[in-house]
Design a protein around this ligand. Structure first.
Ligand code: DX5
Ligand code: ZN
Length: 220
């Protein structure tokens, strides 16, 4: 198992200086930049769209890990890819044809992620796993940063780990929501290879970002 990847979520950054915040996360040792896109319809909050992804693109060489919490999602995939998304993650509930949506992500040239809400069963991955480069297990209900980690997702992470190992392909197993120095070791032990963290990275002063990231990756 390689080093755990850390993907700071800019949802918790200062939106008045996003470019700076992304550069600070890269300098602090982040592996990807997680971009939470919310439409006020699929989730009860509104965040940002492709224009912001495009503006951020020149600020970092890190992969932009774009998490689409929007419905419909198909009409926007190409826009996010053209804006500079490297990974595009979608929810199976975002449309009637999850296989078609994942095909559209792959056709755009981006890596494809499938996000599973806390209540979404693991078998949502069956029959589409061949199209997937990343599985995003939500450890909170999507829509807001700063929520409490749901313990019930731990067995689900283990179950997805087993499915990925059975396939034998290098699929990223990313966990998103409520991660901090206490919960991170538990999800890593369950088999996660990438951690999304908003509050735990961007909460507080930029001078602490490097330490925040270090604590998530290998807790003391
Ligand atoms: C929730 C988002 C998360 C969120 C994580 O809908 O998908 O990425 O920003 O925030 P924290 O780390 O604060 O739980
Ligand atoms: Zn997210």
């Amino acid at each position: 198992m390689g080093r755990t990847l850390i993907a700071p979520s800019i949802l918790a950054a200062d939106f008045a200086k996003l470019g700076e915040e992304v550069r600070a996360a890269e300098a602090a040792g982040a592996d990807m930049i997680h971009v939470d896109v919310m439409d006020g319809h699929f989730v009860p909050n509104i965040s940002i769209g492709p224009v912001v992804v495009k503006s951020l693109r020149p600020h970092t060489k890190l992969p932009l890990d774009v998490h689409l919490m929007i419905s419909p999602v198909d009409p926007y995939i190409q826009d996010f890819r053209e804006a500079g998304a490297d990974i595009i993650t979608i929810h199976p509930e975002a449309g009637p044809h999850v296989h078609r949506t994942l095909q559209a992500v792959k056709a755009s040239g981006a890596k494809a992620g499938l996000a599973l809400n806390p209540g979404t069963p693991v078998d949502a991955l069956d029959y589409v796993i061949d199209l997937v480069d990343l599985v995003l297990i939500m450890s909170v209900n999507p829509g807001f940063g700063g929520q409490r980690f749901i313990d019930g997702v731990l067995p689900k992470i283990e179950a997805i780990r087993r499915k990925i190992d059975a396939i034998g392909r290098d699929i990223i197993l990313e966990v998103d929501g409520g991660l901090n120095a206490k919960t991170a070791p538990r999800v890593i032990a369950a088999g996660a290879t990438a951690l999304v963290a908003g509050t735990a990275v961007y909460g507080g002063d930029p001078s602490a970002y490097a330490d925040n990231i270090r604590k998530l990756r290998s807790p003391a």
